[in-house]
Design a protein around this ligand. Structure first.
Ligand code: UDP
Length: 366
């Protein structure tokens, strides 16, 4: 056994864990079934533009340690996410701010906006039971029906009544003219792309790509004292308690002969009859990038099946009950650590995955 840790997956959890363990003097081997590092954060330079191949990734966090950690491997630009939503031939600002309330109702002051929301929002004397109730409590039916209901149905292929309230709490609701999608103190995109960031994070660490751990577990396990698994937890356990559901995505990417296609990095399409949820124009993630062409991606939600790429865990009651059974097995393991969006079955953002890896390492070191 030449390694302390075999780390399965070169995405956010695996790469962070590998870096921190290596810094602490451990020997790590990172493997991944894909031909590249960075997991779904992977970016690829096309026509001078860093293309977010598996969907837009905007780094944001409040934790200084996490921010300092990622800044060891890349400089970040000052990108702020201010998506626009198109609906019925009109454009609305996201997240829900004075801009949105003005576009929706013509109101000009926080007091008017508050009164408008109060006059129509759902009032409950219990906690909201699902996404629809949560949205109606926060912003009322006008905004729910225009900007949330059909986008959510497309994205999750479920009725918002069958989805957890927590999903919509990701979006701020503000009575200020502030259209920054995130509340966090630290925000930005790594200059030079995410792939370079991960390559730097893994600098000096052994990495083997295009190899399938689950197809040859004994071979790989023999290489290290402990295993860190960042893939799908249900697959690891042979689906014995049933399959966890995810949302998959299709990306339809085109090079367009224009220097500016849509004038913003992210435009959401919140109408039911448009098949994509959003169009990403990658060049706008970088500061004032001048290129004669633009790379544009339509993000189209896709039904889940085992052989597709998982993007979003579905945290409804049925799936969580299955996950709890797998989690109990995972907790009883002695030489095996599970971490990340797939192994923890959590709708984590990048910084939360890094936080989870830092916490796991700390626990081991205690
Ligand atoms: N959402 C919505 N309308 C929008 C954008 C988001 O209803 O225009 C809802 C939708 O349910 C989505 C959730 O908010 O799944 C979280 O959106 P976010 O932008 O955080 O998702 P991500 O970028 O992770 O896909």
């Amino acid at each position: 056994m030449s390694y302390d840790y075999l780390i399965v997956g070169a995405g956010v959890f695996g790469s962070t864990f590998a870096r921190l363990a290596t810094d602490a003097g451990k020997r790590c081997l990172v493997i991944d079934k894909r031909p590249h590092v960075a997991g779904n954060c992977y970016t690829e330079n096309q026509h001078g533009i860093n293309v977010h191949v598996f969907g837009p990734h905007i780094f944001h966090c409040n934790d200084e340690n996490i921010w300092n950690f990622v800044n060891r491997f890349a400089k970040f630009n000052n990108f702020r996410n201010s998506p626009i939503a198109f609906h019925g031939g009109k454009a609305y600002s996201l997240p829900f701010s004075m801009y949105t309330f003005n576009q929706m109702w013509g109101v000009l002051t926080p007091e008017e906006a508050q009164a408008k929301i109060e006059s129509q929002r759902l009032k409950l004397d219990r906690e909201p039971a699902n996404l629809e109730e949560q949205a109606l409590i926060l912003v009322g039916p006008d905004i729910y029906e225009t900007l949330i209901r059909d986008y959510t149905r497309k994205q999750w292929q479920k009725d918002p009544k069958d989805l957890p309230a927590s999903i919509i709490k990701r979006l701020p609701v503000r009575l200020t003219w502030d259209n920054n999608y995130f509340n966090d103190k630290y925000q930005g995109i790594p200059i030079g792309g995410y792939t370079a960031l991960f390559q730097n994070m893994l600098d000096g660490i052994d990495v083997e790509l295009s190899v399938d751990y689950l197809a040859d577990i004994d071979h790989w396990n023999a290489k290290a004292k402990q295993v860190v698994f960042t893939g799908k937890i249900d697959e690891y356990y042979g689906f014995r308690f049933g399959e966890l559901e995810y949302r998959s995505l299709r990306f339809d990417t085109e090079v367009i002969e224009t220097s500016n296609y849509q004038g913003n990095a992210v435009i959401n399409y919140t109408e039911a009859n448009v098949p994509w949820t959003r169009i990403i124009e990658h060049k706008h993630f970088e500061n004032d990038l001048k290129t004669p062409v633009s790379v544009v991606t339509k993000e189209i939600p896709d039904t889940w099946s085992r052989n597709k790429t998982p993007y979003y865990p579905i945290g409804d009651a049925r799936n969580m009950a299955i996950f709890k059974q797998y989690e109990a097995l995972a907790e009883a393991e002695s030489n095996l650590i599970f971490g990340g969006r797939l192994a923890e079955y959590q709708y984590y953002d990048m910084h939360q995955v890094i936080g989870s890896a830092i916490a796991k390492i700390r626990k081991i070191q205690q």
